[in-house]
Each structure stands twice: as C-alpha cells, then as structure tokens.
Design a protein around this ligand. Sequence first.
Ligand SMILES: Nc1ncnc2c1ncn2[C@@H]1O[C@H](COP(=O)(O)OP(=O)(O)OP(=O)(O)O)[C@@H](O)[C@H]1O
Ligand SMILES: [Mg+2]
Length: 427
Amino acid sequence: MGNCLDSSAAKVDSTQSSHTPASGASRISSRTSRSSVPSSLTIPSYSGKSSSECFPTPRSEGEILSSPNLKAFSFNELKSATRNFRPDSLLGEGGFGFVFKGWIDENTLTASKPGSGMVVAVKKLKPEGFQGHKEWLTEVNYLGQLHHPNLVKLIGYCVEAENRLLVYEFMPKGSLENHLFRRGPQPLSWAVRVKVAIGAARGLSFLHDAKSQVIYRDFKASNILLDAEFNAKLSDFGLAKAGPTGDRTHVSTQVMGTHGYAAPEYVATGRLTAKSDVYSFGVVLLELLSGRRAVDKTKVGVEQNLADWAKPYLGDKRKLFRIMDTKLGGQYPQKGAFMAASLALQCLSNEAKVRPRMSEVLATLENIESPKDATKNSRSEHQTVKTPVRQSPMRHHHAPGTPPASASPLPSHHQSPRLRSAADNHL
Ligand SMILES: Nc1ncnc2c1ncn2[C@@H]1O[C@H](COP(=O)(O)OP(=O)(O)OP(=O)(O)O)[C@@H](O)[C@H]1O
Ligand SMILES: [Mg+2]
C-alpha cells in the first residue's frame, strides 16, 4: 500500500465549526466518506507477545471488542451517565464528536447519580461512516491493550446501531491546548511546561520502545490531556499505527495527521516512522516555549507556521527570548530554555534520521528539569530572564535565515486536496 496523496478519495472539507478558532491547525486526511460500516474489520494487534521480527497479528473486530480490560456500555447507560448528553455536561468538541462529563459507579461501572461515583469523559462520535468506525476501533484496539501512566485510560466503549462512544478516565485539567491558547486559565509556569513535556515524552517513548512499536501519528496539544497535578496523558489513538517490522525502515500509509504538526517527509511521501512523531513532538515543544499555535491563520507570512517562524531563533541564545511566551513573564531559566529550544530544533530537523529518538528527548527534558551538573551551573540555571520588551521578529525584519512563507514544509491550506479545516480536527 503506497501513500495516497493523489487518491481520488481525498477530499477537501473546509467547514469551520465553533470549537476551533480561526487559528487552528488543519487536519490532514483522505477519508473515504460515508461508506457503510463493514461488519468486520481487522486491526493489527499490539500484543506484548509478538516479537518485533514478526508482523503484528491482526485482530478481528470481535476480538478487539471482547478485551477483558474494557466494559461494553449500552447506549442507554451512557445516556443516563451524562444526563442525556446535556449541553451543560459538555467538556469539549473535537472534529470527531463531542465529549461529555458523566458519572459511573466505581465498582459496577453502571451509570450513577450525577455527582456520585467516578467521573468519566464520554466521547460521542458523530456518525462518520467507515473512517470514523475504523478510527474508533483502532482506538479501542490500542487503548484496550496499552497501559501506561502517560496514556489516557479507556474504561469502555459503546457500539449500538450507528452510535460509537468511548468512555475514558476524566482528566480534570482538560487539554494542553486549552491551557496554552485559550483565554481564562492561569498561564502555565515554566516548571509545569517542562513537566507536561516530560509526561508526553514518556508516553511517546513507551509507544516507540514497545516490543511491537506503535507510531502515534497525531501528537498535538489538543491530544495531550492533563490530570489534577498536570501529569500529561496521550489521548486519541484513532490514527495510531504499528511501526515497521523486520528489515523495514518505514510503513507506507495514507497521509493522516494535522497540518503544522505532521513531519514534512511523511506528508510528502506517506512514509511513516517513529521519527514522524518526534517531529510533532518538536512542534509541541515549540508551542510550550512560545505559547503560539502550530498554525495560526490570523498571522501573516512565515508567522503562520510556528516551526518555520521559530527555527532561526532556536539555536541562538541571544535571540531566543524573542520567541518565548510573554505569558511566562520572563520567569524561566535561560539555560533550561536554551536546552529546550535546541532540543526542539533537533526534533524539527528536516532529515528524519538526524532527529533524536524519543528516549533521548526524554533524557534531555529530565536533565532540564533536574540538571545533573547542578553544581556547575547552579546560578545560571535558576536565574530567570529579565523580560526584555519582546520584539516581533516579523516587525523588525532582521531574522537571518527566516524562510519565506512558501518554504513551509507543508502545502498551504489551498494547495492540498488532503486538507480538512481544523475545526473538524478529526478525520
Ligand atoms: N478524558 C477527558 N477528560 C476531560 N476532558 C476531555 C477528555 N477527553 C477529551 N476532553 C476534552 O474534550 C475536548 C475535545 O476532545 P477531542 O479529542 O474530541 O478533540 P480534540 O483533541 O480537541 O480535537 P481532534 O478532533 O483533533 O482530536 C478536549 O480538548 C478536552 O478539553
Ligand atoms: Mg483529541
């Protein structure tokens, strides 16, 4: 199966919906829309048993849904758990559907009175035909088998007629996207940003280093959920894919993901490797440093694409402050920020091979959090930056090496038939 860049099934959908601001990132997809849901689908099994030399064993839909770790909910149960999907229980909206707050009994997992028992998040997918069902099943498959403190816990699912729902542990602080880009919540401190980056890096490292490697493929701020202590957990495994096995260097796939986050070589060729996730991690690291979105359509020229805009500043200690989030109020260690920026630059390398592995990324971030050579740099490490008045590099036009807008590694919104508008972030 090659990449499907020119597939006739690819379609453009530029509908904006209310949940994503004009500045959101676009979803890349080649959805086969509205085809009927097949009676059975097979998805690669992530079984710890399968050797990395073998192809993962495909599992049938029946096998996936009979996972002992997951509860099969009836639609009525989830209706009562969410008070009939009441709008005031709404936690958020993604491209694929709405997420509601619900309550279930901790022991029996049956719907309980609102306010009593365990809080859950219930994702109700919009009826999306084949692609929606496939991603829903992929998510049930992976999250039914993968367990890690930095992956969101899937409690169960519901499949009844056209209805597809997923029931997750509730993440009280919502998504990283909400904290970085929405008005309202307190700005995240430097320490919390590093903590979030470390949690997310642990989640990705776990996936990449599993015996049967998993490539996540949709790493972005909205898919990083936060618990009460800002521990990060990856959610949305609908695009996850088994990594290459044996002598293979990559898997060839339809290009799916989100513009602004997807690695350039993957978008160009459909060749997917774990290093594609590393690129996306670099973009999120930049979002954490700068407080800017991966793609911001409200900006002009090169500033629309965060990676293109920020790259020229990342390797220069004296210029780095220009891209740092003003909401940090200068309260960050200069050395730590520079280490994080250099790490982001490596992750964003156009050459996939040069990008570090996620385990290396994690080690660097841990060193930023608690420097090993603390005695050597104890002073500078804990110094915060006296906030210089931030000068926009665009306004001053003196950024050497700043690529022109057209140099974006991803085709612009209007160039690719594979783009969906961000609002429907989901495929
Ligand atoms: N387990 C959860 N606990 C608490 N809130 C959640 C949970 N899952 C999702 N949410 C909230 O619902 C919102 C929508 O999530 P959803 O995954 O549907 O879309 P998204 O990630 O924003 O976009 P995309 O469609 O591109 O994935 C999230 O931003 C988050 O605020
Ligand atoms: Mg999501």
